[in-house]
Ligand binder design. Structure first.
Ligand code: SF4
Length: 316
């Protein structure tokens, strides 16, 4: 038997690549369905920074669009913030090659941020605020009904721990939210995708990555610390971070302490036994909390279970 020397990837590697692609499509479709992120007739503005996450997001959404029986449009948008060394041709060349409608918005926020923020201080907060305002305006001008961001599972978990450790709040990063001005719906279709899968996918697809340190800003040290913590857990305690992630959608307000979520003041006896047992005194059982970890399992129907359920629920 002849060996195909034109493709140096081993058979196992190719099987793994195939599984990775299917898993990403399935999990993205599942998140879209679970939170009703995309509906018939939507125009989805995909924010493309040139990093692995946004390239993957665009790539996966294009695949879902090509297979979905609903109609939705995609437009890629990049904000050129005039950071020194930003390769202005990279994204237009990539997007033209794909044949995807796109818009490049050029705004020199870099000069504003470097002028306003003292040297050595982190610029990210102001930079993000400026970027957000510009992207909302562009979304209105383009008639986009949804704004899609490339945040993934680990971003959501990281934000949850940052709020918990440093903000004293139970708050994460929502998969779908309305903008502060009430004009836009922001969606995060990669909410169920762990970062390691996006790293592998970007390498597989050889996206023309634009470095994210062009602005020279220091990475947020606290975020770095929680990212490291999650990465260590994934090595030492497989399943732990998925359990925490799953907990975000299994909140029990009656067993927390927020009176705005549960009416402790108005809690009185009803005389009716709780069908779930004595929850006041029973010890907790920590068996099988049903983590929602994504799996490798193949789907007979082209491996796009999430896509199917997403499309069937959003069909008009
Ligand atoms: S890393 Fe640079 S470009 Fe990114 S948000 Fe911070 S200041 Fe802005």
């Amino acid at each position: 038997m002849q060996t195909d020397i034109s493709n140096p990837r081993s058979t196992k590697q190719r099987v793994d690549d195939n599984k990775l692609g299917k898993r990403l499509i399935r999990e993205t479709g599942r998140a879209i369905k679970d939170f009703n992120m995309i509906e018939d007739g939507d125009k989805v503005m995909v924010c493309l920074s040139g990093g692995k996450d946004s390239y993957s997001l665009l790539d996966i959404l294009l695949t879902l669009k090509s297979r979905a029986p609903i109609n939705f449009d995609i437009i890629a948008v990049n904000l050129d913030q005039k950071q020194p060394g930003f390769p202005a041709d990279t994204l237009p060349n990539y997007l033209s090659g794909l044949g995807v409608p796109f818009h490049i918005e050029t705004r020199d926020t870099y000069s504003i941020v470097t002028r306003v923020i003292p040297e050595g201080k982190t610029m990210c907060s102001l930079c993000s605020r400026l970027r957000r305002g510009i992207l909302y305006r562009v979304a209105s001008e383009l008639g986009a009904t949804k704004i899609a961001l490339g945040h993934h599972r680990d971003d959501i978990l990281g934000t949850f721990f940052l709020n918990l450790f440093y903000g004293g709040r139970m708050k994460a990063m929502p998969p779908k939210l309305m903008s502060d001005n009430g004009q836009h719906i922001v969606i995060r279709p990669l909410a169920y995708v762990p970062e390691k899968d996006l790293i592998a996918y970007a390498a597989l697809k050889q996206f023309p990555i634009i470095p994210c340190n062009l602005c020279g800003s220091q990475e947020n040290l606290k975020r770095k610390e929680v990212s490291r913590m999650i990465a260590e857990w994934d090595k030492k305690f497989p399943g732990r971070s998925w359990n925490v992630f799953g907990a975000l959608s299994r909140v029990v307000p009656s067993h927390l302490m927020d009176s705005k979520l549960f009416d402790f003041m108005g809690l009185h006896t009803t005389g009716v036994a709780d069908a779930n047992g004595d929850r006041a005194f029973d010890g907790e059982s920590f068996e099988s909390p049903a983590p929602i970890e994504v799996g490798d399992e193949e789907d007979e129907s082209d491996g796009v279970k999430g896509e199917e359920s997403f499309t069937s629920l959003t069909r008009p």
